[in-house]
Design a protein around this ligand. Sequence first.
Ligand code: AMP
Length: 325
Amino acid sequence: MRSRSSASLFVAGAAAGHLPGHNINHFAHTGTAGEASEPLTVARSIADIRARLEERLEKGGTAGLVPTMGFFHAGHLSLMRAAQGECPLVVVSIFVNPIQFGAGDDFNTYPRDLDRDLKLAAAAGADIVFAPTDTELYPAGFDTMVAPGKIAEGLCAAARPGHFQGVATVVAKLFNIIRPGAAFFGQKDAQQAAVIRRMVVDLNYNVRIRVCPTVREPDGLAMSSRNTYLSEAERSQAPVLYEALLEAKAAVSAGQRSTAALKRQMKRKIAGRYLAELEYVKIVDPNTLEPVAQINKNVLAAVAARFGRARLIDNMILSPGGDNA
Ligand code: AMP
């Protein structure tokens, strides 16, 4: 594992002239004494990121990629640390991907703070941040999409038609631009991870997919950039998604095997919070996302609900063996 004894910020390319160029040592984590420190590089164009990768990987090896939409919280940072633990170079992409948002979605209001993100990424061990503009990834004439199949039909697809096509397309583009050896995703977005795993197999990408555990607030709420939308009252009720999942896990440990009964129990629990507008409760195979009726192997329990402006999702693996994660 590499570590950085100090970090500073280097912005590559003239297009990045408006970005902050200050030193960010005070955010850097402490590394091995005497180890040479490399500055965090920010690349704004595809040509830029390719040039930086060539420089930084001239002795060989491949990068670990952490694809994100920015506005970092501890969940994002855990992926960067995981990447740092197993890859010689960590690339974090920050891109609010317009093609994965639907007409009524929050593309315009999605929280953004690149300056803050750069400091946090440097401290979490990122080497290069790739923050392209919309037209860099989708120039005029762009007309090709990656279309995931059945795996992108259930769960979140009903409320977000076209979402996973947008996700698969941007991740495929990032894989082609950066050519990572490994890519890091969060279990919080379980369907996204399943779609990407499927795509990697089906389209023969030579990249290891790592799915890291969901990072939570102390009261169990899964961290999300969208939690900033929650009012105080909504925030106090939002942990019910986690509580419902925990109760399902306890019921499975106590011997419940019927997913219909478990879903009823979870729906009742969530209905008890008047600000929660339930979208779905599903219990599915963790790899195929096909519905499961009886639990005789690990299953994925997944929930989605709106609290005011915020659409929140959460999930948990339920294991009949008792080893629930
Ligand atoms: P986003 O910026 O929301 O697109 O998320 C970027 C990556 O961070 C995705 O792989 C997410 O699954 C992951 N992620 C988001 N929230 C969490 C969390 N609470 N714990 C772990 N990973 C997360």
